[in-house]
Write a protein that binds this ligand. Structure first.
Ligand SMILES: NC(=O)c1ccc[n+]([C@@H]2O[C@H](COP(=O)([O-])OP(=O)(O)OC[C@H]3O[C@@H](n4cnc5c(N)ncnc54)[C@H](OP(=O)(O)O)[C@@H]3O)[C@@H](O)[C@H]2O)c1
Length: 232
């Protein structure tokens, strides 16, 4: 399959690109920084900004499927990449006759999401991380999901929990809607996104993915993903 990956230069996108190539797909890796992605057999690196409809249209042309793992860092400022970038992708796919769209979403954008029954989650994680710095990211994720559902394309939204880096793909769990859990390994997230391209599951569904094996402790996760971001 000819697969276009938006966000291919991010930590999940890089894993997804390697997994897609290993699965035999022809991959177009979309990035604003093409020099960051090393050449590989079967890989085409495409320079495009997801908010620029012209470059997005050129990236999507001739493909069979699009997977988006676009993302921005948490910020208190308004975020529009998810909705604006995905709107460009949807328009380009309609124009070019490409129907299959798999989109990375976040469980925390679901108002009903409850990652853990622990008091730490409800007293620290929710108020300090999810309701404050994460709020603008989750607001825009909700706008993105609404646009994807209204797209008329054959879409799947895959919601993940808090991402961490792992040694490899594990026996991750998939459910409809949002996952009930704290963590998703990036390798599992990538594998689940990729699996949707070959899945018998009907399109137009929102699923959640979470990791249950070798998950980090919350302090370790805060250190690696929030404080020491070089380790991302
Ligand atoms: N962090 C979490 O705990 C968490 C939890 C659940 C879901 N998610 C979602 O999981 C996905 C992957 O997250 P991640 O941490 O692996 O990656 P990420 O750091 O969010 O990076 C994604 C990539 O998006 C690309 N990008 C940003 N703006 C762009 C633009 N205007 N045009 C084109 N590309 C653009 C960047 O690549 P270039 O700079 O090379 O263009 C970046 O490397 C995201 O959708 C995120 O929201 C994250």
């Amino acid at each position: 399959m000819r697969v276009v990956i938006f966000g291919a230069n991010g930590p999940t996108g890089r894993l997804l690109t390697v997994q897609a190539l290993a699965a035999g797909h022809q991959v177009a890796a979309v990035t604003r920084h093409p020099g960051d992605i090393p050449p590989r057999v079967g890989l085409r690196v495409v320079q495009a900004d997801a908010t620029d409809p012209g470059t997005v249209s050129a990236a999507v042309a001739g493909s069979d499927a699009v997977v988006s793992v676009l993302g921005v860092p948490y910020s208190r400022r308004p975020v529009s990449l998810y909705s604006a970038g995905t709107a460009s992708i949807i328009t380009a796919m309609r124009d070019k006759g490409v129907r299959r769209l798999v989109v990375a979403g976040t469980a925390a954008a679901d108002p009903g999401y409850h990652g853990s029954d622990s008091p730490f989650f409800s007293r620290v994680m929710e108020p300090l991380f999810m309701r404050r710095p994460g709020r603008t990211v989750y607001d825009d994720n909700r706008r993105m999901e609404t646009a994807v559902r209204a797209s008329g394309l054959d879409w799947t939204i895959v919601r993940a929990c808090w991402l961490f880096n792992s040694a490899g793909i594990s026996d991750y769990l998939v459910c409809e809607g949002s996952p009930h859990g704290m963590f998703t390994a990036r390798a599992d997230f990538a594998a689940c996104l990729l699996a949707q391209l070959a899945s018998d599951r009907p399109a137009r569904v929102t699923i959640g993915v979470r990791t249950v094996a070798a998950t980090p402790s919350i302090p370790a996760q805060i250190w690696h993903q929030v404080i020491n971001k070089k380790n991302k």
